[in-house]
Ligand binder design. Structure first.
Ligand code: MV4
Length: 448
């Protein structure tokens, strides 16, 4: 096992990883930017190194500085968390060259799954269901229009380098296709310097359901059930839960087996997620693969009892998975609400500032993942997510009741948050009845 791990991240996920290391008897090195001198992750780690100014490009995204810190402290491995360098295949190659273990999948798999049209083609060839559409990428609007007519309208135009909604456009008919394709492609060229596009039939009012998988260096792959992440705003997830109330046991098993097949098709190792779109008829389609630990991993940890971060560390150290598929039994219901320092009444504008007073709830089946504390100054340079509230109970109704009670107890003074907005969602009839699609927030709150 590793003696020392460097955590190339900040905030609650850095703290989450430090805790896993400490439980495993592994020493930790935190890296921090000048804006994060007082940050919890820097205080909790055994060692902490300042790697540069507040701007992410000069610190948490600076590959040379992070590798220098790793070598200087003699850490043997880097945990990238999520965001930042977690899905940067070039960084993984640099780690290899420096003889540092990257706690995540190989550079090759990250690169392959980062290209969304290539990922789609790989999955088609592996027999994983994808939304009907193009197998090869399209580059010009004429050939794209021909392909679109073949697939049938409405069409979703997507950028190969996209994901998270960038470079994505809906086309309802051949009449509006050219304009939408050109706009999406221009967006892709500007954002990713890539004109590679692909087409899918547009699935109306889908649900976003994703399956957690774990793979080791011996070719073992297990799945740990699904998360329903349909409650999103502008492609930012707000509430995630496991299990999903939208699928029956037969679909769940089929989806789990499909996710395992997808992971095995690329020789996946570490923790990963296969995202599916579920349509109104109950059919599901591969959408994307996330080659990282995700924000919402705690809901899976609650229902499965498996510590995903510890598994990632074991896998990277060359140990086999500590669980077999037959030992993984999903039990109860978990829900996560993401608490952001933002103002819902001002179009969710980020609200950095100082936490003047904070009270964190607790109790049976309550987990709070956060790195904020009394007097903490939230820097304006990073993500506005400051806390994850995760609850666990025997069924969905009990978990919702527990989440309401738990959110009701949270006190955060000094900055605006989305706490009240989250609380409101939990009291919506459609949410309580499980009638949610990716259009839930725009539909219920009159916003895009
Ligand atoms: C889709 C879709 C409907 N049909 N693809 C959004 C982000 C990117 N990961 C893929 N996305 C979508 N792809 C087809 N063929 C609808 C969405 C989508 C969405 C997906 C999951 C969660 C929230 C969403 C919000 C809007 C659109």
């Amino acid at each position: 096992m590793f003696q020392k791990i460097l955590i190339a991240n900040r905030g609650e996920i850095a703290v989450r990883i430090i805790r896993a290391c400490r439980e495993m008897g592994i020493k930790t090195v935190a890296v921090y930017s000048e804006a994060d001198r007082e940050a919890l992750h820097a205080q909790l780690a055994d060692e902490a190194i300042c790697i540069g100014p507040a701007a992410p490009q000069e610190s948490y995204l600076n590959m040379e500085r992070i590798l220098s810190a790793t070598i200087a402290t003699k850490a043997e491995a880097i945990h990238p968390g999520f965001g930042f360098l977690s899905e940067n295949s070039k960084f993984v190659e640099m780690c290899e060259k420096c003889n540092v273990a990257f706690i995540g999948p190989s550079a090759e798999v990250i690169h392959k799954m980062g290209n969304k049209s290539e990922a789609r083609k790989t999955m088609m060839e592996a027999g994983v269901p994808v939304v009907p559409g193009t197998k090869e990428p399209v580059y010009n609007v004429e050939e794209a229009l021909e392909a679109a007519k073949e697939i049938g309208f409405p069409i979703m135009i997507k950028a190969s380098s996209g994901g998270g909604g960038k470079g994505m456009r809906i086309s309802e008919s051949p009449e509006d296709f050219v304009e939408n394709f050109n706009t999406a492609q221009r967006e892709s060229v500007n954002a990713f310097a890539d004109d590679t596009m692909y087409l899918e039939r547009y699935v109306r009012e889908p649900r976003h359901i994703e399956v957690q998988i774990l793979g080791d260096k011996f070719g073992n792959v297990v799945q740990l059930g699904e998360r329903d992440c349909s409650i999103q705003r502008r492609h930012q997830k707000m509430i995630e839960e496991s299990p999903s109330c939208a699928i029956d046991q037969a679909t769940r098993e089929k989806m789990g087996e499909t996710a395992v097949r997808a992971a095995k098709a690329v020789g996946y190792e570490s923790a990963g997620t296969i995202e599916f779109l579920l349509d109104k008829s109950g059919e599901f389609f591969f959408m994307e693969m996330n080659t990282r630990i995700q924000v919402e991993h705690p809901v899976t940890e609650f229902v499965s009892g498996v510590d995903l971060v510890k598994e990632q560390i074991r896998i990277a150290a060359g140990l086999p998975l500590s669980v077999e598929q037959k030992d993984i039994v999903m039990r109860g219901h978990a829900i996560e609400c993401r608490i952001n320092a933002e103002d819902p009444s001002r179009n969710f504008m980020p609200c950095p500032g100082t936490i003047e007073n904070i009270h964190l709830p607790g109790g049976n089946g309550v987990r709070i993942d956060t790195a904020v504390f009394n007097g903490y100054q939230i820097p304006p340079n990073y993500d506005s997510m400051i806390m994850k509230v995760i609850v666990y109970d025997k069924d969905r109704a009990s978990a919702i009741a527990k989440m309401r009670s738990t959110l009701g107890e949270v006190v955060i003074e000094g900055v605006q948050t989305n706490l009240d907005f989250q609380y409101d969602i939990l009291n919506q009839k459609d949410f309580i009845e499980g009638n949610v699609t990716t259009d839930f927030i725009p539909e219920h709150y009159n916003m895009e």
